[in-house]
Design a protein around this ligand. Structure first.
Ligand SMILES: *[C@@H]1O[C@H](CO)[C@@H](O)[C@H](O)[C@H]1NC(C)=O
Ligand SMILES: *[C@@H]1O[C@H](CO)[C@@H](O)[C@H](O)[C@H]1NC(C)=O
Ligand SMILES: *[C@@H]1O[C@H](CO)[C@@H](O)[C@H](O)[C@H]1NC(C)=O
Length: 349
C-alpha cells in the first residue's frame, strides 16, 4: 500500500511545508523541539551553511519507507542532542573538554556546523513524515556513555559509521519499494555524513578515509543501539517505529588489529540453544564463529569467540551479533533475521 500526502497537494516544495511548520515562542538551542518558526529555520540554515531542500516532494510513499524516515529522524535528533551537549561541554569548561589554543576554535566551529546540519537532516525527515500524515519524531532524553572530548569524538565517529552502514539498507528499501525519488537526497546526506566521519577520524589522528567499502548495517541494528542511549520513560512514541530490537551484547575485550580470542557477555534471560558469533565487516559475507561459554554469573553469560582479523583485513567498523543459526548469511539483513543479541561494535584502525 502506498500513502498519499496528508495535508498538501503533491509536488509542493519542501520550503513551502516549512512555512506551515507551526511554532510560537523562541526556544533556547538545548530546548528545541521539532517545531521551528520560519525565522528559527533560517538561523539554523545560516549556521548549517546551506538550506533545506526545496525540490518537489514525492506524490506517494510506501509504508516501509515511512519507517525508514522515522528511523532517520530519530537518529538525526539523537545526533543533534549529542552535538548540542558536546558544544555545551566544550564552551563551558567542563572537565575533560579543554581545547588547545591552536585548534580549539576550529573544532568548535566544525561541531557547531555539524550540529546545525544534523538539525536540518532531522527537520527534513520529520517534514516528510508530517507531509505523509505520520507523527514527527520528538526528541528524547539521552544518556551518552562519554565523559571527555576523546570519548565523545570516538562515539560520534562510531554512531556516524553505523549510520553510514544503515543508510545503505535504507537506500535499498527506497529502491525496492518504488520510492526512488527519495534516493538522491538520501545519498546527498550519506556523502555529507562521510565528510563528518573524515573529520572525526582526523581528530583521532587516524587516516580520514576508513576502508574502501564501508561496512553494511541494517535499520534494526541502529534502532537497537540508539534506544540503549534513551533514558527510559523520556519518550513514549518510539513504539510507533515498527522495527525489531535485540537483547544487549557487551564486549569485554577491545579488539585490535590481530586475530585473537575476544570476551563478551550477554544476559541469560532464556535458554536459546547454540549461539554463534557473527561479524559484519565492509561489503563481505558475514563471518561466523563458534562461541565458547565460560561461565554464568549474576544472570550474565560470559563467553568468547575468535575475532579473525588477519584472514579478513577487518579494519574499520565491524558489527558483531549473536545468532541462533550458523548461517551461512548472505548479508547483514540475513544476520539480523537470526540475531538474538547485539549489535556490539568494533572499530579497528
Ligand atoms: C558532557 O559532559 C558531561 C559531564 O562530564 C557528561 O556526562 C556528558 O556525557 C558529556 N556529553 C557529551 C556529548 O560529551
Ligand atoms: C527529560 O529532560 C527534561 C529537561 O531536562 C526534564 O525536565 C525531564 O524531567 C526529563 N524526563 C525524563 C523522563 O527523564
Ligand atoms: C541460562 O539459564 C538457564 C536456566 O534458567 C540454564 O538452563 C541455561 O543453561 C543458562 N544458559 C547458559 C548459556 O548458560
Amino acid at each position: 500500500m502506498r500513502l498519499q500526502p496528508a495535508l498538501f497537494p503533491a509536488l509542493l516544495p519542501l520550503g513551502a511545508v516549512c512555512f506551515y511548520w507551526t511554532s510560537g515562542t523562541e526556544t533556547s538551542p538545548a530546548d528545541r523541539r521539532s517545531n521551528f518558526s520560519p525565522s528559527q529555520i533560517s538561523s539554523i540554515e545560516q549556521e548549517a551553511h546551506g538550506m533545506l531542500p526545496n525540490a518537489a516532494l514525492p506524490s506517494s510513499i510506501s509504508q516501509d519507507s515511512l519507517i525508514s524516515l522515522q528511523l532517520i529522524a530519530f537518529n538525526e535528533i539523537f545526533e543533534v542532542a549529542f552535538f548540542t551537549e558536546l558544544l555545551f561541554n566544550l564552551t563551558n569548561n567542563v572537565d575533560g573538554y579543554e581545547l588547545s589554543d591552536d585548534n580549539g576554535e576550529s573544532i568548535i566551529e566544525s561541531i557547531l556546523t555539524i550540529q546545525n546540519q544534523e538539525e536540518l537532516h532531522a527537520l527534513q525527515a520529520n517534514q516528510l513524515l508530517e507531509y505523509f500524515g505520520t507523527n514527527p519524531i520528538q526528541p528524547c532524553n539521552y544518556s551518552f556513555p562519554v565523559s571527555n572530548l576523546r570519548e565523545a569524538i570516538w562515539h560520534a565517529s562510531l554512531f556516524t559509521s553505523v549510520n553510514l552502514g544503515t543508510m545503505q539498507d535504507v537506500t535499498r528499501i527506497f529502491a525496492d519499494s518504488g520510492d526512488t525519488s527519495l534516493i538522491q537526497v538520501l545519498t546527498s546526506i550519506i556523502g555529507q555524513e562521510g565528510e563528518q566521519e573524515g573529520f572525526f577520524r582526523i581528530i583521532q589522528q587516524k587516516l580520514p578515509s576508513e576502508v574502501p567499502f564501508l561496512t553494511a548495517s541494517v535499520r534494526e541494528f541502529t534502532f537497537t543501539a540508539l534506544r540503549s542511549h534513551v533514558i527510559p520513560g523520556s519518550c513514549s512514541h518510539l513504539d510507533a517505529i515498527h522495527l525489531k530490537t535485540f537483547a544487549p551484547l557487551n564486549l569485554i575485550t577491545t579488539p585490535v588489529a590481530e586475530t585473537e580470542i575476544i570476551q563478551f557477555s550477554y544476559p541469560n534471560q532464556t535458554y536459546y540453544g547454540d549461539l554463534f558469533a557473527v561479524y559484519i565487516n565492509q561489503q563481505n559475507l558475514p563471518i561466523v564463529e563458534a562461541i565458547g561459554v565460560n561461565d554464568v554469573k549474576d544472570y550474565a553469560v560470559n563467553a568468547e569467540a575468535l575475532f579473525p582479523y588477519n584472514a579478513n583485513e577487518m579494519n574499520g567498523l565491524t558489527i558483531m551479533t549473536l545468532t541462533n543459526s550458523p548461517g551461512p548469511f548472505i548479508d547483514a539483513r540475513e544476520v539480523a533475521k537470526s540475531t538474538l543479541f547485539g549489535p556490539a561494535f568494533i572499530i579497528v584502525n
